[in-house]
Ligand binder design. Structure first.
Ligand SMILES: Nc1ncnc2c1ncn2[C@@H]1O[C@H](COP(=O)(O)OP(=O)(O)OP(=O)(O)O)[C@@H](O)[C@H]1O
Ligand SMILES: [Mg+2]
Length: 277
């Protein structure tokens, strides 16, 4: 039997204003411990809302139902204080846009210290040592410790976010399109870094992307989202070899192969709508 660290059961997310219109429609997904699961889907399909539901960081205009079980505990039954203790410590998240998640008026060293300090009480010297260690781990020269976010490149900023996310050795790392804003070579470096850290620290990773090329590179399992639903999920090689859902097939047709031979086809939405109803 699979050892699942996280189980999302019948998750629904809807706006307070209109509870009948679901933004996330009854999805269920299990993450196997130590594995990377990718959620792939186009913009607006509900990927971030799913991740934010796990973190219990949905905006106040949104509601959710269902349950999210992490290591046997339903996160929805925890108090705010209990969930705050888990967030960052057991489950950490790297957000889509590093510049909006980092505070522009604080140095990166200070912000990494703060991330550690929420969960671990270290003395000043140990805290500084830990920050330097984290900068080394994510590949930022330690002399940048007093830099402000806008003095760093996009890739470096995302490395700072990664340092903060792994600072308390989370068991589950959620990465929400962490490479979307980066150019292709930096994107590959960040993917590599995340993959290596996941193995080194035996983390489970939930990785969100709209790019099947990325899924191919890093995922063990994949869930394909379309308009708030998971339309297909399973082991990545099975899904890639034998996609069953028309949207998965359409997404796969958009991935260039490495030799650039394949004819790329744009997604035919009217055909998809006919199939999906
Ligand atoms: N606070 C909110 N209030 C109302 N609707 C919202 C809110 N946040 C997101 N939505 C809507 O929910 C849907 C899913 O949003 P979500 O952010 O999960 O998409 P996504 O798959 O992460 O897309 P992207 O790839 O562009 O990040 C979208 O239609 C979005 O407009
Ligand atoms: Mg998103």
């Amino acid at each position: 039997m699979k050892n699942n660290i996280l189980k999302i059961n019948n998750l629904k997310v809807y706006s307070n204003k209109n509870s009948r219109f679901k933004l996330v429609k009854n999805i269920s997904l299990s993450l196997e411990k130590g594995k990377t699961t990718c959620i792939v889907g186009e913009s607006g399909s509900g990927k971030s809302l799913t991740a934010l539901s796990v973190m219990q960081l949905l905006s106040p205009q949104l509601n959710m139902s269902g349950n999210i079980v992490f290591e046997g505990i339903n996160l929805l039954s925890l108090t705010k204080e209990e969930i705050r203790k888990k967030r960052g410590k057991d489950i950490a998240m790297i957000f889509q846009e590093p510049m909006t998640s980092l505070n522009p008026v604080l140095t990166i060293g200070y912000q990494i210290k703060e991330a550690i300090d929420v969960h671990e009480k270290l003395n000043k010297a140990d805290l500084s040592m830990r920050v330097e260690e984290l900068l080394n781990i994510v590949g930022i020269p330690t002399d940048r410790i007093n830099s402000y976010p806008d003095e760093l490149s996009g890739g470096q900023r995302q490395r700072v976010m990664i340092a903060m996310a792994i600072s308390c050795s989370p068991k589950l790392l959620i990465a929400d399109e962490p490479t979307t804003a980066l150019d292709v070579t930096v994107q590959a470096q960040i993917l590599n870094l995340l993959h290596n850290l996941k193995i080194k620290y035996k983390m489970t990773m939930l990785f969100i992307t709209h790019d099947f090329g990325v899924v191919n590179d890093i995922a063990d399992d994949v869930a394909v989202m379309y308009q708030g639903e998971i339309v297909e999920q399973g082991n990545v090689s099975n899904v890639l070899k034998n996609p069953k859902h028309p949207y998965t097939k359409a997404l796969l047709d958009c991935v260039p192969d490495s030799k650039g031979k394949k004819d790329l086809k744009p997604i035919d939405y009217s055909a998809l709508k006919r199939v999906m109803g």
